[in-house]
Structures are given as C-alpha cells and as structure tokens.
Design a protein around this ligand. Sequence first.
Ligand code: GDP
Ligand code: MG
Length: 187
Amino acid sequence: VMFGKVKVCNLTAVPERCANECNVVLLGATGSGKSALIVKFLTKRFISEYDPRLEDIYASEEIVDQQPVVVRVMDTYDQDGPVNTERYLTWASAFIVVYSIDNQDSFKVCHKYLDTLSVHNKTFKSHIPIVLLGNKLDMERYRQVSKSDGEELASRFGCLFHEISACMDFQDVQQIFHDVVRRTRRE
Ligand code: GDP
Ligand code: MG
C-alpha cells in the first residue's frame, strides 16, 4: 500500500465492467509523467521522484455527477513502447495516453500506442474511450510539441485531447479522470 486512501488491487482479479466501476490505464513514454499524474489524482500531491519501473493498480472511490464509482488506475512501464499489451488491453475501460509537451520523442511514442489501441478497438469492435494527454504544461518555455499537433493527432484517432501539468492544479488533474469516467458511462 503506497498512499493513504489507496488500495492496491490484484492484477488477476478482472472486475465486471459495470456502471459503478471504471478501469483506467495510463500509457506513454517513460518520463512523460504518468506516475506523477496518478499520484496527484490520488493524493493531491506532486511527487517529483518515483520509481519508473513500478507497475501497479490503485483504486479510489470517487463521486462523478453525484454517482459513486470505484476508479481503478493502472500505472504502466513499457521500456520499448507497446509490448506485452494483453495485460492492459483486456482490463481497461478507458485509456489515457500521455506525452510530455517538452519532449518530441514522447509524442512519437504516443502515436505507436494510439495505433495499437485503434487496432484493438477495431478488432474487438469495442469503443474504449481514449484521451491523449500532453503533460508538463508548466514547461511551456521548453515546448517541443505544439498544441495543434496534439489536437491533430487526437482527432485522427478520434480521441479526446487535453494539456495539463501534474505539478499544478489538482482540480484540473481530477477533471481528466472524471471526464474519462463520464465517457465510459456513455459507451
Ligand atoms: P513516468 O515514467 O511516465 O511515470 O513519469 P514520472 O511520473 O516518473 O515523471 C518523470 C519525471 O517528470 C519526474 O522527474 C517528474 O517529477 C517529472 N514530471 C512529471 N510530471 C510533471 C509536470 O507536470 N511538470 C514537470 N515540470 N515535471 C513533471
Ligand atoms: Mg512511472
């Protein structure tokens, strides 16, 4: 158990996809800020140093539009982009694909993930919502990926798009996760 209110779930216990549960998987290049975003969402705090190889599932009881929901979040670590993808493809009810706006390479990695996810969605005729998320908005001065490049990639794959910073406003980070829950309710 890593954080106060957070339970760590068992990977093998695949839950029913019912209305009051939502499984969110974060994907993206190492260093893009997946763990920082998850820790922020769960604890309202920004943790700057975090073991990059950590792969785990956390759960939080949330209220979204007056309805309680257990949001499970899977933090992932892929050394070389989308490999061994079954572990999250079969589990997810939503994906957040993260890059860092100050790192062009991390944006390219997102492209690979979106390819993989769209093939999966087509193959299984599923409509798992995907959010493309440009993180580290506080690093505007060092921006390498324009907002329009992000928007363009997102629209090409039919996903939502946001820019955010894991070290700034908690509410903005929470909003992303709650939006994702709303999307899965609509599917
Ligand atoms: P992960 O490999 O995708 O899980 O990335 P981490 O969450 O471990 O973050 C990688 C590095 O980026 C760490 O040094 C974090 O402190 C830093 N980081 C994460 N999010 C932000 C952010 O929004 N802004 C800034 N400036 N740094 C961030
Ligand atoms: Mg990490």
